[in-house]
Design a protein around this ligand. Structure first.
Ligand code: ASP
Length: 359
């Protein structure tokens, strides 16, 4: 008995010594999550001339290593490593940027040594990138997209806490399988629901169906799950996607003309998202224009310029008769992401409509 317990003690000491020498060699503790921060730029990497400059500054200035080194608390949460994927403001994101980032996220999450990924991103198009990853990454490991509304040089900058929260969420096994998450301003939102609603305040991101949870002092509090398909259940896959289909957005307003629609079609758009008024309405004089485009192989997808709500099929327009598609509750910029992925994956109008109901 005595000999057995002594032997157990010896084995425990040996295991501890092995673990700590492994930590010394690799820098990683066996029991802590390994989170990779992929930096793409934005205000979270921004710098202003003066601490009073909360709105006048240059985005995409601070490199990822400096961002991580500036928050020593990160080391208490996870083993964090950084990679600089781009250093741009997010309004300059292209389809190529999305593909490069998506491939990197996918490759990292296939690595058994990586437990989660955080993407630092400008807030302008953050929701588009988050939704893109939500559609094409086949992993249930946490993927968290984060930004900030003030540069790190400003008084009351929000980036450091947002990044610490994002890493805490990414390191948490409870975050698995919930789809791509957006963490900003103490809140955890679903990529498909969240949108930037104001360009100046720190509570800029709002989900029309409500947040998934809150993150307070590193602890996540969850309230709901998304019912739509995403990541692991998605039929889209970054590893099979060669490129994104060209899709454009045309904004509707009183006195709108056909010029933008025709120009997009002439430039090779495979679909046009109609950011319609109200319930995705189409002006009388525009109906024949859009029907003609549809007849020439350009998918017409009705979304709405109104925040919130959703476009009803066959309500404002006889979509069945015209062969048009409705974007359901997706705003125009997210409707564009889904169409770009779905058309590139070979979907026709019928399959597209199904995708808008399901994702
Ligand atoms: N224009 C900036 C960007 O999207 C704004 C921000 O990051 O908040 O990169």
């Amino acid at each position: 008995m005595l000999r057995a317990s002594r032997c157990g003690k010896y084995l425990a000491v040996l295991a501890l010594a092995l673990a700590s020498s492994l930590f010394a060699i690799t820098g990683f503790a066996a029991d802590r999550a390994h989170v990779v921060v992929l930096a793409t730029g934005g205000t979270i990497a921004g710098a202003g001339a003066d601490a009073a400059n909360s709105a006048t500054y240059q985005a995409a200035k601070v490199p990822v290593d400096k961002l991580i080194a500036g928050i020593p608390e990160l080391a208490k949460v996870a083993d964090v490593t950084g990679e600089q994927v781009f250093q741009i403001a997010s309004e300059s994101f292209t389809n190529d940027n999305l593909m490069i980032l998506g491939r990197r996220v996918s490759a990292l999450l296939k690595d058994p040594k990586v437990d989660g990924v955080v993407i630092t991103h400008g807030t302008d198009t953050l929701e588009e990138t988050a939704f893109f990853l939500n559609l094409v990454i086949h992993s249930d490991k946490p993927i968290v997209v984060v930004g900030s509304m003030r540069p790190g040089t400003a008084i009351s900058a929000d980036g450091a806490l947002n990044l610490l929260d994002a890493v805490s969420v990414a390191a948490n096994p409870e975050s698995r399988g919930r789809g791509v998450l957006v963490v900003m301003n103490d809140q955890i939102d679903a990529a498909r629901d969240v949108t930037k609603t104001i360009n100046i305040k720190t509570n800029a991101f709002v989900s029309q169906w409500g947040a998934l949870g809150m993150i307070v002092e590193g602890k996540s509090y969850w309230f709901r799950k998304v019912d739509k398909k995403h990541t692991i259940n998605s039929e889209f896959d970054i590893d099979r996607l060669k490129e994104l289909a060209p899709v454009e957005i045309a904004y509707a307003y009183g006195n709108v003309g056909k010029e933008a629609y025709s120009a997009f079609a002439a430039a090779g758009a495979k679909a046009i998202i109609h950011a319609g008024t109200g319930n995705g309405s189409v002006a009388n004089r525009m109906v024949p224009v859009l029907r003609d485009l549809q007849d020439h192989g350009v998918q017409i997808i009705r979304s709405a310029r109104v925040w919130g709500g959703f476009v009803l099929r066959n309500a404002e327009q006889p979509d069945d008769q015209y062969g048009w598609v409705v974007a359901h509750d997706l705003n125009p910029q997210k409707a564009k992401i889904l169409a770009s992925v779905a058309i590139a994956s070979g979907m026709d109008a019928k399959a597209l409509q199904k995708a808008y109901w399901e994702y």
